[in-house]
Ligand binder design. Structure first.
Ligand code: PFF
Length: 493
């Protein structure tokens, strides 16, 4: 079967898809909290250093590999050494699991998007979220009780993803990104401008811009900065590699990378101005100290913000839908980006059409998502999220640095990047990939293991142990399946 590689219908489409992949829930609900709890204004220093050391150098690697070889992560790793494909399958398994719970969170957001027009969460958003949306239960037996509304919303998000991704690249991902990403930017500007006019906005902004310089001596703050950059730029997930593989021959890689990094960080810092202003309004209205109103993740989006919208009167009926729509768009563009490396790999390895690969990924993905739609789902989701992001993904990025840094001719990549570039990539880049990043990320991994594995309760440890087994067995099985059924084998015969 001929699998002619698709090509973006212009650099703008590529940029929008890349920015869409990076701007996600991490930018909206993770960054403000990480920023606040790690020294506020002074956090900008480790953050900018982490962007250059980790974000820039690793993205150059991912872009250049995809751009040079115009194929999936599996085939790229195969060129280095056949068995290294197991690492590729490991990356794909991790992003598959991340995607399967991320869809569920976007599904919760969809429920809130609908409710927000009438503030359907009532006077007690905290109780509403855990009792009426999640039906959360501590009993492991509740794993079998599916929550219908979460099931339906999760299905709708998978279906939307399938609808966009199964079309040809330029008819689906490209078209959607070119509309959704600018729209996300516009909606965010509306939120921030509105937030700045709220009484008490100054309280939040004072908190945001007051630096705590002593914090810079704390290693945890540096680790938090590297963790945020890794998460926010979706590093190590083979997204940049896959999207760059669809670039035409004449593309300025470094210019694109710098644009994506600036857009992603610009979005998260700008958006944080809005979040801090809104939380300042909340602190003032409820007479609570700011440190008690700030939170992150689902607590921020589905509890604190509905409380704020309740305090706002009619303004809340307008700002609420815009806020949940922003989360929906940011989440959906990231999900679409997570699907791409998986579907592109299936097509490359088994010769499937794009439609077939996307249908397989979304179909099996939905089945795995069922795990998170039960009454026990949010507990499992939290364990998956912490383990996959703090441990598994970090380990993968270390391995990717080591494989490409030590077993691959990095000079050939340097030459490709430097052919048409904003700035020259020198030996500093090789040094970062081969030695410095693996060391920094190893420290991040150890701290991740300490915080997520060693401090976990029994259930957490059991789920993590299952994940470890799955992440060892599944990539090996998939590797052997491609040996038996893959296109290379068929071509060899
Ligand atoms: N970079 C995106 C975000 O900040 O939400 C996408 C993403 C990152 C998705 C990490 C999933 C994930 F685990």
């Amino acid at each position: 079967m001929s699998n002619e590689r698709a090509q973006w219908d212009g650099n703008f489409a590529f940029l929008m898809a890349m920015i869409g992949s990076a701007v996600g829930l991490g930018n909206i609900w993770r960054f403000p909290y990480i920023f606040y709890t790690n020294g506020s204004g002074s956090f900008m220093i480790p953050y900018i250093i982490a962007i250059v050391v980790l974000g820039l150098s690793f993205l150059i690697l991912e872009y250049a590999l995809g751009f040079k070889y115009k194929t999936s992560i599996l085939n790229i790793l195969r060129k280095v050494k056949d068995k290294f494909q197991i690492l590729g399958w490991l990356v794909l398994c991790i992003i598959f699991l991340i995607c399967s719970y991320y869809v569920c969170i976007v599904g919760w957001d969809l429920i809130y998007l609908v409710l927000s027009f009438v503030k359907g969460w009532g006077a007690d958003p905290n109780a509403f979220f855990s009792n009426s949306v999640l039906h959360a239960s501590d009993l492991t037996s509740s794993m079998l009780s599916v929550v219908p509304v979460v099931l339906v919303s999760t299905f709708v998000v998978w279906l939307t993803t399938w609808y966009i991704s199964h079309r040809d690249l330029n008819d689906g991902v490209s078209k959607f990104s070119k509309i959704a990403v600018p729209l996300l930017g516009i909606l965010d500007v509306v939120i921030v401008v509105f937030a700045l006019t709220l009484p008490g906005a100054g309280v939040g902004l004072t908190q945001m811009f007051s630096p705590s310089w002593d914090a810079l001596l704390d290693t945890n703050i540096w680790l938090a900065a590297f963790g945020q950059v890794m998460f926010s730029l979706s590093l190590g997930m083979a997204i940049a590699m896959t999207y760059a593989s669809y670039l035409p021959k004449k593309a300025n890689l470094t210019k694109n990378i710098v644009t994506v990094i600036c857009a992603n960080s610009g979005f998260e810092v700008f958006n944080a101005v809005g979040i801090f202003s809104i939380l300042g309004f909340m602190a003032m209205t409820t007479a609570l100290p700011f440190s008690e109103v700030i939170t992150d993740g689902t607590g921020l989006a589905f509890i604190a913000f509905p409380e704020v919208f309740n305090l706002m009167g009619v303004g809340g009926n307008i700002l609420g839908p815009i806020f949940f729509l922003c989360i929906f768009i940011a989440g959906l563009t990231s999900i679409i980006a997570l699907v791409e490396p998986m579907s592109s790999s299936l097509s490359d390895k088994f010769g499937f059409s794009r439609q077939k690969s996307v249908t397989i990924v979304c179909g099996i993905g939905f089945l795995v998502s069922l795990l998170f739609t039960s009454q026990y789902g949010s507990t499992i989701l939290t364990i998956f999220d912490a383990f996959l992001n703090n441990c598994a993904l970090v380990a993968c990025i270390i391995l990717e640095c080591l494989v490409f840094g030590w077993f691959f001719d990095m000079d050939s990549l340097k030459e490709i990047v430097n052919r048409n570039t904003l700035f020259k990539v020198g030996n500093w880049w090789k040094l970062l990939i081969k030695i410095i990043l693996p060391i920094i990320l190893f420290i991040l991994l150890v701290s991740g293991i300490v915080s997520t594995v060693l401090t976990g309760d029994t259930i957490t440890l059991i789920v993590e142990a299952i994940l470890v087994v799955v992440l060892i067995v599944a990539p090996c099985v998939l590797y052997y399946l491609t040996k038996v059924f893959g296109v290379e084998r068929r071509h060899a015969n």
